[in-house]
Design a protein around this ligand. Structure first.
Ligand code: SME
Length: 179
């Protein structure tokens, strides 16, 4: 997890915390194009900044060998499922539509994939690179119902934009289905 001092210095209010995290991530990742390094760093910061509300935080990435599947990437939390078909579950729905999906109650979402029965709500944000290609999705789960609001959506979308900006390696991206 991220350095405790870095996290202690973040603002307490949620919007301010996301804004500071975006700046921090931009500074830490400056000049680093490697995708895994960028995503793993973001997971560490997010997990530390929003514990314990963020129960599972991680990425599912387009499988370069089968672009109709997402395969698990860097994450922190309990064991995640390895692969998700595009269009399946919350992650696959966000990936296929290219838009953020907020689920206040996962049990009310048809086709939700339960990797850990303690997850009760989640938000999934697509990662789209500078060329408009789908990289994967950021998935955050909570053990609380209705844990994610518009501030979380805006903050996480901003962080995903930071992650996809600049020299990220695009060799494993695909056009989002339907575009
Ligand atoms: N809940 C997700 C599956 C991934 S895990 O929760 C880590 C979904 O339905 O897409």
């Amino acid at each position: 997890m991220a350095d405790a001092d870095l996290i202690d210095d973040l603002p307490d209010d949620k919007a301010g915390r996301y804004a500071a995290l975006a700046d921090l991530l931009t500074a830490i990742l400056d000049g680093e194009p490697n995708r895994i390094a960028r995503l793993a760093t973001a997971v560490s910061l997010l997990t530390s900044a929003f514990a314990p509300r963020f129960f599972w935080t991680g990425f599912y990435l387009v499988d370069p060998d089968d672009p109709h599947q997402l395969v698990v990437g860097p994450y922190q939390g309990t064991l995640g499922c390895l692969r998700i078909q595009l269009g399946r579950g919350v992650c696959g729905t966000a990936a296929a539509s290219g838009t953020t999906v907020v689920v206040p109650d996962v049990h009310a979402f048809p086709g939700h994939i339960a990797c850990d029965s303690r997850s009760k709500s989640e938000i999934v944000v697509p990662l789209i690179d500078d060329n408009g290609l789908l990289v994967g999705v950021l998935d955050v789960d909570s053990t609380e119902l209705d844990a994610f609001d518009a501030t979380d959506q805006a903050g996480l979308e901003r962080l995903c934009a930071v992650l996809c900006s600049r020299a990220i390696d695009s060799s494993e991206s695909v056009p989002p289905p339907g575009t």
